[in-house]
Design a protein around this ligand. Structure first.
Ligand SMILES: Cc1ncc(COP(=O)(O)O)c(C=O)c1O
Length: 371
C-alpha cells in the first residue's frame, strides 16, 4: 500500500526511501490463490531436507515453557556456539535471523550522512537498513556479475561507515575468494567496518573461501562475520542468526539488541541443530550432487546459469523472467524472478531434493518451449 500525502508528512524522509521487501510466495498462498494442491517452493533458499529431527524434538520439549520469557542472553546457545567456533562468548551477538543482525549493525554504526557500501546486485536488506538508520546508500557496479572490491575500495570516503559483502552473494551464488578479500580488508582505513554476510557459509566447499572468523575476526580486524540457522540448519521459520566480531564491536552492537529477540523455541532448536553435524553434512552433500544434476540438465536444455557456491542457482531465461515465473507458478512451482534484483531475464531457483528438481525441470522445460 502506498502512503497518503498526509502520512508522508509525518514519517522520516529516510523511511520514504524504503522499497517494500518482496518475499518469496508462501506455498499456502499459491495453493489458495491458484486452487492448486501440489505446490513446491524453490524460492527462498530453505533446506529441502527440513530441520534436523533432533531440532524438532527440542522444539517439542521446549514448548511446555513458552509462557516464560526466553533467556535474553541465549546463555546455552552462546556457550555451544562459542565452543564450536572457538571464540569468546562476548564476541557473539544473536539476532532474530540475519535480517535482524544486518539491521542491528546499521543501527549501531550508521547515522544521517554516513555512507554504506554494497554491490548493485545483492541482498536487498542492506539498502533497507541503511535507510532505516538514515544513512546514504552507495551502490557499487558489479563486474561480470561479481562484487567488484576494487571499485568498492575507490568509493570509500571519510564518511564510509560500513561495507556489506554477501559471501556467497545472493542472488548470484558467486563468491569473493580469500586473496581478494584479504587485500580489500588490508587496504581499508580504520573507520570502516566490513560486514561479511555468510548466510550460506556452511554450503561452500571451495578451498578459496575465506574462513572469516580465524582469518579476520580473531586477528582483531574491523570485520563482522554474520551467519544464520535459516539455511543449512533448516530453521528459517524460527528466526535465529548470529554475528561474531571482536568484543569491542560486538558489545557496541549488543547495546541496540532488543532484550528478548530470540525466542525460547528458536534457542532450543539451534542448540540441537548445532549438535547434529550429520544432518548438516547430509544437507551439504545433497546440495552438491543436486547442483551438478541441475547443471547438466540445464546445459542440455541450452540454458545459461552461474555456477553457485550456495544452495540456489541463477539462470538466464533470455526473456522476461517474470513471465516464466508466472507460468511456473500456475504449474505449482514457486521460484524467484530476479527482476527484483534488477536482473530482468534471470530466475533464481533453490536447489531442492531430486524429486523437486525433476519437477522443476519438467515444468520449466514446458514453460520455455511454450507448451
Ligand atoms: C545473503 C542473505 N543474508 C541474510 C538472509 C536472511 O536470513 P535470515 O533468515 O537469517 O534472516 C538471507 C536470506 O535469504 C540472505 O540470502
Amino acid at each position: 500500500m502506498s502512503l497518503t500525502s498526509k502520512s508522508e508528512e509525518r514519517v522520516r524522509s529516510s523511511v520514504l526511501k524504503i522499497k517494500p521487501y518482496v518475499p518469496g510466495k508462501p506455498i499456502e498462498e499459491v495453493r489458495r490463490e491458484l486452487g492448486l494442491t501440489d505446490v513446491i517452493k524453490l524460492a527462498s533458499n530453505e533446506n529441502p531436507l527440513g530441520a534436523s529431527p533432533k531440532a524438532i524434538e527440542a522444539v517439542r520439549e521446549a514448548a511446555s515453557a513458552v509462557h516464560l520469557y526466553p533467556d535474553g542472553s541465549c546463555h546455552e546457545l552462546r556457550r555451544a556456539l562459542a565452543k564450536k567456533l572457538d571464540v569468546s562468548g562476548e564476541s557473539i551477538v544473536f539476532g532474530c535471523g540475519s535480517d535482524e543482525s544486518i539491521r542491528l549493525v546499521a543501527e549501531t554504526f550508521v547515522g544521517p550522512g554516513d555512507e554504506v557500501l554494497f554491490g548493485e546486485i545483492t541482498f536487498s536488506q542492506y539498502e533497507f537498513v541503511t535507510h532505516v538508520a538514515g544513512g546514504t546508500c552507495v551502490t557499487v557496479p558489479m563486474k561480470n556479475m561479481q562484487l567488484d572490491l576494487k571499485a568498492m575500495r575507490e568509493r570509500v570516503t571519510p564518511r564510509t561507515k560500513l561495507v556489506y559483502i554477501a559471501n556467497p552473494n545472493n542472488p548470484t551464488g558467486l563468491m569473493v575468494p580469500k586473496s581478494e578479500l584479504d587485500a580489500f580488508i588490508d587496504s581499508l582505513p580504520d573507520h570502516v567496518t566490513v560486514v561479511l554476510d555468510e548466510a550460506y557459509y556452511e554450503y561452500v566447499t571451495s578451498s578459496e573461501y575465506p574462513d572469516s572468523i580465524p582469518d579476520y575476526v580473531k586477528k582483531g580486524r574491523n570485520v563482522i562475520a554474520m551467519r544464520t540457522f535459516s539455511k543449512i540448519y533448516g530453521l528459517a521459520g524460527l528466526r535465529v542468526g548470529y554475528l561474531v566480531a571482536k568484543p569491542e564491536l560486538a558489545q557496541a552492537i549488543e547495546r541496540v539488541r532488543p532484550p528478548f529477540n530470540v525466542g525460547s523455541l528458536a534457542q532450543a532448536a539451534a542448540i540441537a541443530a548445532l549438535e547434529d553435524t550429520e544432518h548438516v553434512e547430509r544437507s551439504r552433500s545433497l546440495n552438491e550432487s543436486e547442483k551438478q544434476f541441475l547443471y547438466s540438465r540445464l546445459t542440455a536444455l541450452g540454458v545459461d546459469y552461474l555456477e553457485s557456491h550456495a544452495n540456489f542457482i541463477l539462470l538466464d531465461v533470455k526473456r522476461p523472467a517474470k513471465e516464466v515465473f508466472e507460468k511456473l507458478l500456475r504449474r505449482g512451482v514457486v521460484v524467484r524472478s530476479a527482476d527484483v534484483f534488477g536482473l530482468d531475464t534471470w530466475l533464481r531457483v533453490t536447489v531442492g531434493t531430486r524429486e523437486q528438481n525433476e519437477r522443476f525441470l519438467t515444468e520449466f522445460s514446458a514453460c520455455i518451449r511454450g507448451d
